[in-house]
Design a protein around this ligand. Structure first.
Ligand code: ADP
Ligand code: MG
Length: 631
């Protein structure tokens, strides 16, 4: 069948991408070479995988430069493309890195230019440097014809079957723009670009016949032979991150499974919920053959900030990607790697607290989602960091270990409180008792922290306990460190009236509150709230409500401080007249202020109106007591 060229339009999103790339001011246009070489390398990997590693040794990538014609050609003998594959792969961007780039470009607040460098833009980056691109390819599949794809990167492309046959693989020829033709037909420049971005490609790359890349499979080299800058180069090859990694781990394990791993922890975190969400995992090699990129079975999700490669001798080359998941060997590697990463972090935290703080800031969020990893519970707990009442400011962090070392003689628990901020913690009435006793309280700012505390339950013999559930009994053996003036003992008649007074307050609040009782833990505050079951913290309660879309108010117990002047005054008012309207106002106000402190406010109008009324009364009494101004 004679084949005439078929002209096809690019899909809208490709035109959009091309528009961004062609008009970009991005100066390092050389990354088009990184993309072409990486595609060639992928095609070779796939071919080697398809033939279960039996492929011949001459797999490789050739780059040919022609100064006169102003062309650059990248050729590989990988698996090639059929006609349909060609149209699908270079006509849509359904599954390519370019799709990812476009999504990011749409959401990016940074310049597009910096995005181009940091992410794989894919094949279409060639149009940053070329006026015309010709792809010739022949699939490794039996009976497929050699095909040609040609485009000027404007509106579409031409597809046709070639009359002559081609060897298996793909060649991409760029007719370079005049402005860059000199640069990218110079062998020295092109070699330098390859060394910069593609030095670790595991197939030989030749520029005009000369081998350029030198260090494949760095993870297999003996550690003592590797220079720090080689690790760094490999890291930026792998992640496109031009910053140094925070941590580098080179692992060689022989038992219970054999594997080599080269792992890194980047200095910056990734978006847990956004586009980066699935972009994690380690590249899995078997005997240097790439089996799967971003394999998600080699490390648990919460260590997804670790980037790198794992290479094992113990798996067969023809293992299918589907069976990796429940493969016993892979699970053993995961167990070993997890321990290794946690161990490395422990050591890093000990050696350099500042660097560990950087790690925590970048990846703590992701790390914390591992609270259900019971096998490594202790190591996990040891690596957590919290804000604390023992520290000077919100930025400083401490560990459970440090907390335990500061715990008072006879203290039985690690106490914690969910707080909206460091400043708010200072006003939390539940923490007054702790301040008086000088007992440290960890401040939890992140909703997940409470789930962690619930899951861990204890640390080195100390229970993990919410401060709001602690009563005086929890700290009774500990001496006061802050001397507070003990209030006068209640007169006998007041003591007798007190239970009736509590009943009256209960009546006033009605079913807004779950109850009213005397508190044994307050110092400066007149009141606080407690949960009826004594178990659900207010932080957890809030989360549950959000999840259940419950917009109502929680029912809490109001605890009154019998030693507080306000409460004593209210008691007097009650004794004089249990139905005094002032008592009603004061009770409502106390209750609503306490709810407000925990983040629940029903009706600001009622609260503010009542407050203004109370102020009016108070100011009248105040002037009476103080007498007329005698100036
Ligand atoms: P990505 O590599 O992220 O998938 P690209 O835009 O770089 O995206 O490439 C698009 C697709 O084109 C690839 O997924 C691949 O299927 C195909 N392709 C590109 N170059 C080659 C090549 N040299 N050999 C075989 N297929 C290729
Ligand atoms: Mg690519």
């Amino acid at each position: 069948m004679p084949d005439t060229a078929k002209t096809c339009e690019f899909k809208a999103e490709i035109r959009q991408l091309l528009d961004i790339l062609v008009h970009s001011l991005y100066t390092k246009k050389e990354i088009f070479l990184r993309e072409l070489v990486s595609n060639a390398s992928d095609a070779l990997d796939k071919y080697r995988f398809a033939t279960a590693g039996e492929a011949e040794a001459d797999l490789g990538i050739q780059i040919a430069l022609d100064k006169d014609q102003k062309t650059l050609t990248v050729t590989d003998n990988g698996l090639g493309m059929t006609r349909d594959e060609l149209a699908a792969n270079l006509g849509t961007i359904a599954h390519s890195g370019s799709a990812e780039f476009l999504k990011r470009a749409a959401e990016s607040k940074q310049g597009l230019d910096s995005l181009i460098g940091r992410f794989g833009v894919g094949f279409y980056s060639v149009f940053m440097v070329a006026d015309e691109v010709v792809v010739r390819t022949k699939s490794h599949l039996e009976g497929e014809a050699a095909m040609e794809w040609k485009s000027d990167g404007k509106g579409g492309y031409e597809l046709r079957r070639l009359d002559q046959d081609l060897p298996r693989g793909t060649s991409v020829t760029l007719r370079l723009k005049d402005s860059v033709a000199g640069e990218f037909t110079s062998p020295e420049t092109v070699k330098a670009v390859i060394r910069r971005h593609s030095n670790f490609i595991s197939f030989p790359i030749q520029v005009d016949g000369e081998r350029v890349n030198t260090v494949p499979a760095l993870w297999r080299e003996p550690k003592f032979q590797i220079k720090p800058e080689q690790y760094r180069e490999f890291y930026s090859f792998l992640t496109f991150d031009d910053q140094e990694p925070l941590e580098t781990m080179h692992v060689s394990v022989d038992a219970p499974v054999q594997f080599n791993g080269l792992l890194f922890i980047p200095g910056r975190g990734q978006d847990l919920f956004g586009l980066d969400r699935d972009s994690w995992g380690l590249d899995l090699y078997v005997k240097r053959v790439l089996i799967e990129r971003q394999n998600k079975d080699l490390l648990p999700r919460h260590l997804g900030f670790v980037k790198g490669v794992v290479d094992t001798e113990d798996l067969p080359l023809n293992i299918s990607r589907e069976t990796l998941q429940d493969n016993l060997l892979i699970r053993k590697i995961q167990t070993t790697l997890t321990k290794h990463v946690l161990g490395h972090l422990e050591k890093a935290a000990k050696d350099d607290a500042g660097r560990y703080a950087e790690f925590w800031a970048a990846h703590g969020q992701m790390f914390k989602t591992g609270y259900l990893d019971f096998a490594n519970r202790e190591a996990f707990a040891g690596l957590l960091r919290f804000s604390s009442s023992a520290l000077d400011d919100a930025k400083a962090l401490t560990s459970l270990e440090e907390y335990a070392s500061r715990a008072k003689e006879g203290q039985k628990a690690v106490f914690y409180a969910t707080c909206p901020s460091f400043e708010a913690a200072a006003l939390n009435p539940h923490l007054e008792m702790f301040r008086t006793k000088g007992v440290e309280v960890l401040y939890l700012f992140d909703p997940i922290d409470e789930f962690i505390m619930d899951a861990l339950r204890e640390f080195k013999g100390l229970a993990l306990k919410a401060a709001e559930h602690a009563g005086a009994a929890d700290l009774k053996d500990l001496p006061d460190v802050v001397k507070t003036k003990r209030p006068a003992k209640m007169a006998k008649k007041d003591q007798e009236a007190f239970p009736g007074f509590l009943d009256r307050i209960r009546d006033i609040l009605g079913d807004k509150a779950a109850g009213v009782r005397a508190s044994d833990r307050l110092r400066q505050s007149p009141c606080c709230l407690a949960s009826p079951d004594g178990q659900t913290t207010s932080g957890m309660d809030r989360i549950m409500r959000v999840m259940a879309r419950d917009a109502g108010l929680p029912k809490k117990i109001l605890e009154l401080n019998p030693d507080h002047e306000l409460v004593r005054n209210m008691l007097q008012i009650y004794e004089a007249d249990p139905k005094d309207p002032f008592l009603e106002q004061a009770a409502q106000q106390l209750f609503e202020s306490a709810m407000l402190l925990e983040g629940f406010l029903d009706d600001p109008h009622a609260l503010v109106g009542r407050l203004q009324d109370l102020l009016t009364k108070a100011s009248a009494w105040y002037t009476n007591v103080k007498g007329p101004n005698d100036n």
